[in-house]
Design a protein around this ligand. Structure first.
Ligand SMILES: Nc1nc2c(ncn2[C@@H]2O[C@H](COP(=O)(O)OP(=O)(O)OP(=O)(O)O)[C@@H](O)[C@H]2O)c(=O)[nH]1
Ligand SMILES: [Mg+2]
Length: 386
């Protein structure tokens, strides 16, 4: 799709239809986020294009007149790619690209592309490939439909039987590839499960997972809490694989911390499944540390999105500690404390604050130990949830 990393950056514009139900604030926050996503992909965002409309145009997302305007803008500004801040249908995407005359990517495709570039492990790569193939399949169908019956006459290679079109062949190939990848993933998942069980036996059950919106500072906290080298970057979706390390210096009980993939609104469907398995690790935690970027104007929305995803993956009952991070950059500490009793307000850049968070985590598990000693007499272990 986009292998031209070495060439000069693609000139992109962010574009969206604002429906009446969406407030200006919400609309702008979402567009800003799309800009950040584009930046993460190395695009140069040179402008924006928006329309207020009762709904999306069924044929091509923007209304007829607006499409013409967009075509002119594309010409004048030498735009390479238009980024749409919604998930649009394959035919809307196809029609819009044809009319405007350049590549059109929707929000899902942008996110998938970032995941594709950042996936490092075999496991993450296979998950992202499945999601991408699932996204591409209906779009290839759309292109094949457009190519029409001419397509049937062309000679192909490989096991193509008589009357099968390229579109059908591609679809079959995609299905086979997805099945193959799924099998590979199942194997790896089993392996990971065994590893986790072994670790549980060896290390006990004091487990905490850092979860939250992308770029909230989870990996930064992971580094600070465990003195490890987690990848920290001012990029969206820097972390795709779950990593696990012990709290440092060591504590009683020994507490394992895992860093996890970040969340975002309108996560492509295919990726929700990937999240589920990547987050299995987190689901086994006895405590979720929900990290929120308090300095972000849209933090309330990020808080809500994370809550929704956690519910979707079945983690709503795991005890949760809400951490408002990046308070050194802004945010109203008093208001946060009043609205979210029991929360931690901090900066990952301040040693004292990190120590405070560490104490809060240890205290949680020590309370668990005391409770369990009372229940069981001597065999002191932290009880897994459920
Ligand atoms: N000023 C300030 N910056 C912070 C703080 N915590 C993290 N950052 C910065 O925020 C950016 C994102 O941090 P990460 O730790 O990579 O965020 P993450 O939540 O792991 O992000 P993903 O892996 O993309 O989901 C980095 O540039 C950090 O240096 C903080 O408390 N204050
Ligand atoms: Mg990270």
């Amino acid at each position: 799709m986009m292998q031209d990393i070495d060439r000069k950056p693609k000139r992109a514009i962010v574009a969206a239809v604002q429906r009446p139900s969406v407030s200006d604030l919400e609309f702008e926050a979402s567009l800003t986020e799309l800009r950040q996503l584009a930046k993460t992909l190395g695009f140069e965002v040179i402008g924006r294009f928006t329309q207020k409309r009762a709904g999306f145009d069924a044929a091509a997302y923007f209304g007829t007149g607006k499409r013409e305007e967009l075509r002119l803008m594309r010409e004048q500004e030498a735009v390479d790619v238009i980024l749409i801040d919604h998930e649009i249908s394959p035919s809307q995407q196809f029609n819009l690209a044809k009319e405007v005359g350049c590549e059109v990517m929707d929000r899902s495709m942008v996110i998938l592309e970032i995941f594709h570039r950042h996936a490092a492990s075999r496991y993450a790569r296979a998950q992202v490939e499945i999601a991408r193939l699932g996204y591409m399949a209906p779009r290839l169908r759309e292109a094949a439909k457009e190519a029409g019956p001419k397509d049937r006459g062309r000679s192909g290679t490989g096991g193509r039987s008589g009357g099968e079109s390229h579109g059908e062949l591609d679809r079959r190939k995609i299905r086979d590839r997805i099945a193959e990848l799924q099998e590979e993933l199942d194997g790896m998942a089993l392996e990971q499960k065994t590893q986790r069980a072994r670790r549980r036996e060896r290390e006990g059950l004091a487990r905490v997972a850092l979860v939250g919106y992308t770029n909230a500072g989870k990996s930064t906290l992971m580094r600070a809490l465990t003195a490890s080298e987690a990848l920290v970057a001012d990029k969206l979706f820097a972390t795709l694989d779950t990593t696990v390390r012990a709290l440092h210096p060591e504590t009683v009980p020994r507490v394992l911390v895992s860093d996890t993939v970040g969340f975002i609104k309108n996560l492509p469907h295919g990726l929700v499944a990937s999240f589920k398995s990547t987050l299995d690790e987190a689901l086994e935690a006895s405590l979720l540390v929900h990290v929120v970027d308090a300095s972000d104007a849209g933090f309330e929305r990020q808080l809500a999105v994370t809550g929704e995803v956690l519910a979707e993956i079945g983690a709503e009952d795991v005890p949760r500690l809400v951490v408002f991070n990046k308070i050194d950059r802004g945010g109203d500490e008093a208001a946060l404390r009043a609205k979210h009793p029991g929360c931690v307000v901090m900066s990952a850049k301040r040693e004292g604050d990190v120590a405070g968070l560490r104490e809060a985590i240890v205290a949680f598990f020590q309370r668990g130990l005391v409770r369990l000693r009372e229940q069981l007499g001597e065999t002191a272990m932290i009880r897994p949830r459920g």
